[in-house]
Design a protein around this ligand. Structure first.
Ligand code: ADP
Ligand code: MG
Length: 361
């Protein structure tokens, strides 16, 4: 069966159970041609399971997958069009770099000269021309992962699947390969899905991020949307840091909180007066002032200061019962204001920066 759609990949109501446990619960998602999508979520949330179902390495319990308008839900791995890279490289240890990359091409019974030309192009693409005769054990982790990438791209697949490809590498190599993979994607224009638990990786690399939690999609959006407009408390906390404020609705745009403080917010609240709601505000949006100014200004004192290089994360006490509020301030400003533990100050929470989550508190 084929369906008419602009999307290259359609994941429709996919669920997967292992015994009584559900690794995926009714996941639906469309991915456009040439998109770079990251599945982001904590360990065990179902990212790998979903990726492996797309590859046919795992079979969904229910649901459908369409690639290029064709139903591939029941197709075996060998009849699917994808290249895959794993965290563990998974290269053939007894084959040279060149033979690793050529593996799929040889299986396709291409002519020797054709294979040589393609492998040479791929070696060039991943910058490994000089390493063609080496064995995997003679290469660094970063180089091995480049070989794995070249091997995955050898058959010019329509879909590139990457499962935590950078997680085993050290920070410097990881950051370099991040931009290499992005460049490769722009150059080849290949629809790419990368699984990662690393928010920074997802924020810097993805066109769109799919945030997953406990087998479900929490939110899909561009990195900016996910960061600036989290739709659920989970996303607000998993991507970046958020102060979580639980208060009671006072009016459609105000909430009472702590020992009777009132917070005004721009987003309308639909819950009835007296209902608990969950608000979130990012530490970098909390303002510190020496005098009361504007609404949502609260008297406070510095409880802790964490030095993080260019900025400091202040932990502020608003009232004896309320959890500490985190505020990020440039290190320079902390110095100018001569802030130390116990310093009195005013905290201002800009109303336009408050995210409101209803139905969670
Ligand atoms: P992630 O890649 O996000 O870390 P996985 O997709 O690997 O998560 O796993 C999702 C859930 O499914 C986890 O609870 C995991 O224990 C479970 N799971 C994955 N593979 C199997 C399997 N082969 N048998 C039983 N449970 C599995
Ligand atoms: Mg995984």
């Amino acid at each position: 069966m084929s369906i008419v759609t602009d999307d290259y990949l359609q994941i429709s109501n996919v669920s997967k159970s292992y015994g009584d446990d559900w690794a995926l619960k009714d996941v639906s998602l469309n991915i456009a041609k040439d998109e770079f999508v990251c599945f982001l979520g904590p360990s065990g949330c179902g990212k790998t399971t979903l990726l492996r179902i797309l590859a046919g390495l795992e079979t969904q319990t229910s649901g459908m997958i369409y690639q290029n308008g064709i139903d591939i839900s029941d197709r075996p791995v060998s009849e699917r069009d994808f290249g895959i890279v794993f965290q563990s490289y998974a290269l053939f240890p007894n084959l040279t770099v060149k033979a690793n990359i050529a593996f799929g091409l040889v299986n396709q019974r291409l002519k020797r000269a054709e294979i040589d030309r393609k492998v040479s192009d791929l070696l060039n693409l991943v910058g490994l021309e000089l390493a063609h005769a080496k064995y995997p054990s003679e290469l660094s982790g970063g180089m091995q992962q480049r070989v794995a990438l070249a091997r995955a791209l050898a058959l010019s697949p329509g879909l590139l699947l990457l499962d935590e490809p950078l997680s085993a590498l050290d920070a410097r190599v990881r950051s370099h390969l991040r931009s290499e993979i992005r460049k490769l994607h722009s150059r080849l224009g290949i629809t790419t899905i990368m699984v990662t638990h690393d928010q920074e990786e997802a924020l810097t690399m993805a066109d769109r991020i799919v945030v997953m939690n406990e087998g479900k999609i929490e939110q899909v959006g561009t990195p900016q949307e996910i960061y600036s407009f989290p739709q659920t408390p989970f996303v607000a906390n998993f991507v970046g840091t958020s102060n979580r404020i639980v208060g009671k609705v006072c009016s459609p745009r105000t909430v009472t909180w702590g020992d009777g403080q009132t917070l005004a917010c721009d987003l309308p609240i639909t819950s009835v007066v007296g209902q608990s709601v969950h608000l979130a505000v990012r530490p970098e949006h909390v303002r510190i002032t020496t005098e009361r100014s504007g609404d949502n200004t609260l008297r406070s004192a510095v409880h802790g200061i964490e030095f993080l290089g260019p900025y400091c994360r202040l932990s502020l006490h608003l009232s004896p019962d309320a959890p500490a509020l985190l505020a990020d301030l440039s290190t320079e400003q902390v110095g100018q204001l001569q802030l130390t533990i116990g310093s009195p100050l005013f905290v201002q929470i800009p109303r336009e920066r408050i995210q409101v989550f209803e139905g969670y508190a």
